[in-house]
Design a protein around this ligand. Sequence first.
Ligand code: PMP
Length: 408
Amino acid sequence: MDYQNFFTSALDRLQAERRYRVFAEIERLAGRYPQALWHSPEGPRPITVWCSNDYLGMGQNRDVTRAMVETAWRLGTGAGGTRNISGNSHPIVELEAELADLHSKEAALVFTSGYVSNQTGISTLAKLIPNCLILSDALNHNSMIEGVRQSGCDKAVFRHNDLEHLEELLQAAGDRPKLIVFESVYSMDGDISPIHAICDLAERYGAMTYIDEVHAVGMYGPRGGGIAEREGAMHRIDVIEGTMAKAFGVMGGYLTGTKAVMDAIRSFAPGFIFSTALPPAVAAAAMASIRHLKASSSERQQQQRQAARTKAVLSSVGLPVIDTPTHIVPVMVGDAEACKAASDRLLEKHGIYIQPINYPTVPRGTERLRITPGPSHTNAHIDALAAALVEVWTALGLPLESKVQAAE
Ligand code: PMP
C-alpha cells in the first residue's frame, strides 16, 4: 500500500482548488510592532504587519514580557503535567480569579487555547445536560462546531444573527433543554451579535447561553470584558469564553460561569483533564496583560481610532472595504487566486504583510484581505497601505469603486 500517496494526493487536491497555504516566515521584533522581519528567499527584509490578532500589541508590552521572563526564571518553563497530576500553579489560580472578576462571574477555568476551551467546553456542557439541543449560529468558529459535533447532541443551526430563525427553532424544540452557542464579534465579517435580544429569547424559551468573546475581550467594555461588558449583558450569559492569545497578546483560553458549571467542566472535560496545564510564566504574562487592560483604555481607544481611519482612507480610494462596527477591516476580493496574488504582491513589492483569507475560513466567493490595525499603526502607515493596495488592485485588474463610478 502506498500510504504516502494518500497524503500527497490530498495535498494535490488542495493545490488544484487553490487552497494550499504557504506561510511566510515572519519575525515580530519586540517593541517594534508593526515593523517586522520577513525571511524572504533573498534574505531578511523589513516589512509592516497588518494582520496580527495581537490587536493591541500587548504581546510586546514590557510589563507583560517581564512577567513572563521573571516567572520563568522563578518557576521554570513548563507546568510539569496536567493539573490532575501536578496540581495548580499559583499563577493559574490567580489568573482564574482575575478572569472571573473580568466577567463578573463566580469562577473561571483556563485551558491551553481558546480552541480547546470551546471544543471541550461546549461538548462537555451539552453532554451533561440530558437530551440537550444545541442551537448554533451559522458562522460560529470551527472550535465551536467541533464542540457541538463532539457532544453527540442534536443541533439546530440558525442563520447568522437571525433572531426570527433562532426563535422558530427554539419554539419548535418545545420544553427540552437547550443551549444557544454564539459569538460576540465575528472575526471575518467584523459584525456583532445582538446579545440582549438573544438573551431575551433564551429567557423566554428556557435556554442556557454560551458566548465566544475571543475577538472582543480586551477590546471592548470599560475594563476590556468584551461586548457583553460594554452592553451590560454579562450577567445574562451563562458561560463566557475567551482567549488570552489575541488582545491580551499571550496564549491560552478560558471559560467563566458559575462555580457549579466550572467545577463540572473541570471534572468532566477531557480537553482539561488530559492536557498539560499552561506554563506558569504564560499564566503570569496573561494576568499582567489582563490587569493592564482592565485599568487602561488608551490602547483600545487608539486602536479604534486607527481602525476607523483605516476604513475611511481605504474606502476613500475606492477599495471594497466592509464598514464594520468593530476593529476588523475586511477588504473583499471574491476570488481565491486573486486574493493570494494580492497578498503576495503586497509582501514582495510593498513590504506589507496581510495573509489571504480563503475558503474554508470564509465561504467561497467571499475571499478577502482581513486587516487588523493596531494602536501603533501610524497615519503614515495607513496612507502607505492605501497606496499599496491601490497599486495591487490596479495591477491585478481588481475593481476599484471610484473607477466603476467614473465609468458609469
Ligand atoms: N474562537 C474564535 C471565534 C476564534 O477566531 C479563535 C481563533 N482564531 C478561537 C476561538 C480559538 O482561540 P485560540 O486562538 O486561543 O485557540
